[in-house]
Design a protein around this ligand. Structure first.
Ligand code: TYM
Length: 327
């Protein structure tokens, strides 16, 4: 790896099965960029504990973690090009978080979207959720990332990361912490089956690797208007059509024509979509089975990825400590 190679990092929370929002928000770009970057991909298990759902069932949480490793490998995160690791296996990330916590104010963290949402829904306000962006900053700054491929919902977290890095650098008059850039997908954000942002917490996802029946169930449940048989449908406002623009590219103009001329109903449009989604992800399903049947290989991948990433993170932690005056 030459010194001019840029560094890439992204993380996924194991809070349930992956969905197509995760795929287009993060994986799609990451898989391309890993070919030209020094790359780090991790399972954000420490972030996931901030979810009260995750706190209810530790065995299920553990299954989610294992599944996301397999899903990620199947979706093209390449262990020959990328360090793959569980965040909790590298304790130095949390140590860096503590030091960085002194370079962000409580009022700034109070502006975090997730914290504000929890506050307005009158949920119990836990410190972990409040500090979520700070841990994310540590994930990013601990590998000196140049680029972070994420969905647009993570924009605020990236801005906070930059703010922390700038404050640290300015306080110590150094440029130790690299200011990262974002890398967002072209889509504003992948919508869920109810038209809101696709999110596990809204239960409006189209899941990956959960079997054809679950894809069918989600797609058939997409909310549409109540136009009568034979009436023209409006593709510009239809959630089913939005998904066709991603998955049915070859047949898109035909489907659009049938929408406008009233020659398709929502049921048929959804059935076409189910087939398109299943064939889009079929090669990934095959690859996932291969990894599922080779748990030894998966353990080796994680061990190697953790060791390599940890080496770099320890080095950065030591530089941070030296800068602060601890070493
Ligand atoms: P998570 O698991 O919630 O989401 C993982 C990735 O999927 C993207 N995403 C979406 N993109 C488009 N449309 C959607 N509907 C949609 N839903 C999810 C997210 O933007 C994200 O890129 N905070 C991160 C995890 C994390 C992280 C990091 C990421 C922790 N530390 C450091 C990058 C770098 C998250 O929300 O994960």
């Amino acid at each position: 790896m030459t010194t001019t190679t840029k560094t890439l990092v992204t993380g996924i929370q194991p809070t349930g099965r992956l969905h197509i929002g995760n795929y287009f928000g993060a994986f799609h770009q990451f898989v391309e960029l890993q070919n030209t970057h020094e790359s780090y991909f991790f399972i954000a298990d420490l972030h996931a504990i901030t979810s009260s759902e995750i706190q209810k069932d530790s065995q299920k949480f553990n299954e989610f973690i294992n599944n996301i490793v397999l899903d990620s490998l199947a979706l093209g995160v390449n262990p020959d090009k990328t360090c793959i690791y569980n965040q909790s296996e590298i304790p130095e990330i949390s140590e860096i978080m503590w030091i960085l916590s002194n370079f962000i104010t409580v009022p700034t963290l109070s502006l975090g979207h997730a914290y504000k949402a929890a506050k307005s829904s009158k949920k119990e306000l836990m410190f972990g959720l409040f500090a979520y962006p700070l841990l994310m900053a540590s994930d990013i700054l601990s590998v000196s990332a140049d680029v972070v491929p994420v969905g647009k919902d993570q924009k605020q977290h990236l801005e906070l990361t930059r703010e922390i890095a700038r404050k640290f650098n300015s306080n110590y008059k150094c440029d130790l912490l690299k200011i990262p850039g974002g890398h967002f997908c072209d889509m504003e954000e992948v919508v869920g089956t109810d038209g809101r942002k696709m999110s596990k917490s809204y239960k409006n996802t189209i899941p990956l690797f959960s079997g054809k029946e679950n894809i069918k169930k989600s797609v058939m449940g997409i909310i549409t208007d109540s136009k009568k048989e034979g009436e023209p449908l409006d593709p510009s406002t239809c959630t089913v059509f939005k998904y066709h623009t991603i998955f049915s590219k070859g047949a898109l103009s035909d489907i659009e024509g049938r929408y406008k001329s009233g020659k398709i109903n929502y049921k048929e449009s959804k059935e076409i979509l189910v087939d398109s989604i299943i064939s889009y992800f079929a090669p990934f399903e095959e690859k996932r089975k291969e990894y599922e049947n080779n748990s030894q290989l998966v353990s080796e991948i994680l061990e190697k990825g953790t060791a390599q990433a940890r080496g770099k993170i320890v080095e950065i932690l030591n530089q941070i400590k030296k800068t602060v005056g601890i070493l």
